[in-house]
Design a protein around this ligand. Structure first.
Ligand code: ADP
Ligand code: ASP
Ligand code: MG
Length: 440
């Protein structure tokens, strides 16, 4: 069985949803389809939640009406038969009805997760109505019945695998299964999610859970590019990447993949393919355990980074200092991305300011604390790049006049990471495109 995941733009228009149906039905082996919400829906749901959290019910109601209108026209164009349109009307009534009930009750964090789940629930249900209209045999597999996370928000891969394998055994005549990306249940049994862009993560988890032959991520671009195509004009797709390289790129900001979406496939050696729904014959990117050729493969950028410097003369010749610092971050469950040290100071970066005031308060007894917000991590990723001749001189030339706040080199042979103020990100990505890849 293979997994085919389609992102928001791939299902965001009726003609594209039809194209997805063509793609998933033309396969040699059974397919488990993972769908995202229609493009723009999750953003709209986030906004509805935000309005409700501020008590702005009228604004929230207006947004719900607007979103429903979008779905009404979508359904009208997607479906032709009277009975399918009726079925779709029932689905819209159920989910928009649910959103309107929320307008009447008091808002909470767990309700906001229910709101966010509506996008994937709608897209998969409407897709199944479309498949039925086209008489394409399929079965609907609700993600909330098998996808779960534990108290630390970590996916429960073993449990997911047991539930899915049993379910597939019971339905072994079915060749087309449809499920939702992104949504799951948490340890309290409530509806939750795998964070923004989480459908890629679902696909990889599901592929690992069923030991799929391949995990295909279908999106709106022909694979992982050498640089961020939203920022840099001339970029090109990379044909092959190792799991390690892809994981670093995803973690360090290549938006095409959710940051955590590689490890499940990597753990069970399921190849991952990044493919373009709008150009299905394009080669895309193949990600496997095979180490690729040495050299820089790509550059990625991760925004909204906070740098914290702890300066203390007590660090001089002292041991145990770093442990005490790290314990503060552990206590506040805040992961550190980058770290650099000198004899009297240490700088670390974090990507969330949720616990920042508490972290600063607890760090203060250790020395002087300086915080720089609005930083961007720029990572160069590729097999053995740290030892590639002339990489440092090329990097230095590309950096040119850009102020660098931190550099991490040698932590992994496959990664060199820089931290720059966000205002310099675009210039740095462009200069690296010229300096490293020879593209202007
Ligand atoms: P989907 O809705 O299919 O999940 P996303 O918008 O999450 O799609 O991811 C695809 C987008 O990622 C592309 O349209 C592209 O703009 C962006 N992107 C950022 N960095 C890269 C990169 N290095 N290679 C390819 N795409 C990238
Ligand atoms: N719909 C969710 C989002 O927009 C999940 C996804 O698309 O991967 O973040
Ligand atoms: Mg995505």
């Amino acid at each position: 069985m293979k997994v085919m995941k389609f992102g928001g733009t791939s299902v965001g228009r009726p003609d594209r949803m039809q194209q997805v149906a063509d793609l998933v039905t033309n396969q040699q082996e059974p397919v488990l389809v993972v769908l995202s919400a229609l493009s723009g829906t999750t953003n709209a749901l986030v906004e509805i939640g935000e309005q409700l959290s501020k008590g702005n019910k009228v604004e929230a109601a207006t947004l719900i009406d607007k979103l429903e209108q979008h779905y009404q026209s979508f359904v009208k164009e997607l479906l032709q038969a009277e009975n399918s349109r009726k079925e779709a009307a029932g689905i819209l009534e159920e989910h928009f009805g649910f959103l309107r009930i929320i307008l009447k009750i008091s808002f909470s964090e767990s309700i906001s997760k229910d709101i966010l789940a509506q996008g994937e629930l709608l897209s998969t249900k409407l897709f199944c109505v479309f498949l039925s209209e086209k008489k394409i045999d399929h079965v609907f597999l609700p993600a909330l019945d098998f996808m779960s996370i534990d108290a630390n928000d970590e996916p429960e891969l073993t449990k997911i695998s047991t539930r899915l394998t049993e379910w597939i055994k019971k339905n072994d005549t079915k060749k087309l299964l449809v499920t939702q990306g992104y949504i799951c249940r948490n340890h309290r049994g409530e509806v939750d999610n795998l964070k923004r862009g989480g459908s890629d993560y679902t696909a990889s988890l599901v592929a690992a859970a069923i030991r799929a032959s391949v995990c295909e991520i279908w999106t709106d671009i022909d694979g992982m590019h050498n640089n961020d195509p939203r920022v840099v004009e001339k970029t090109f797709p990379i044909e092959q990447l190792s799991f390690d390289e892809a994981a670093e790129l995803a973690y360090f900001g290549a938006k095409i993949l959710h940051p955590a979406s590689i490890w499940p496939a990597q753990q069970y050696q399921v190849p991952v393919r990044l493919l373009n729904t709008m150009d299905p014959v394009a080669k895309g990117t193949l990600i496997t355990a095979q180490p690729s050729a040495a050299g820089v493969k790509a550059v990625a950028a991760k925004d909204n980074i906070i740098a914290i410097r702890i300066k203390s003369s007590r660090m001089l010749l002292a041991y145990g200092f770093l442990r005490k610092i790290f314990e503060v971050f552990e206590k506040y469950r805040t992961p550190i991305d980058m770290i650099t040290t000198s004899e009297v100071a240490v700088s670390v970066t974090i990507d969330s300011d949720l616990q920042l005031p508490y972290i600063i308060q607890e760090l203060e007894p250790f020395g002087t604390i300086e915080v720089d917000k609005n930083q961007t991590i720029v990572s160069l990723v590729g097999h053995e790049i740290a030892t590639t001749p002339s990489i440092l001189s090329k990097l230095a030339e590309s950096v040119n006049e850009i102020p660098i706040r931190m550099v991490s080199y040698g932590g992994s042979p496959h990664n060199i990471t820089l931290l720059v103020p966000a205002t310099h990100k675009t210039a740095l990505l462009r200069q690296l495109n010229t300096g490293i890849f020879g593209l202007s």
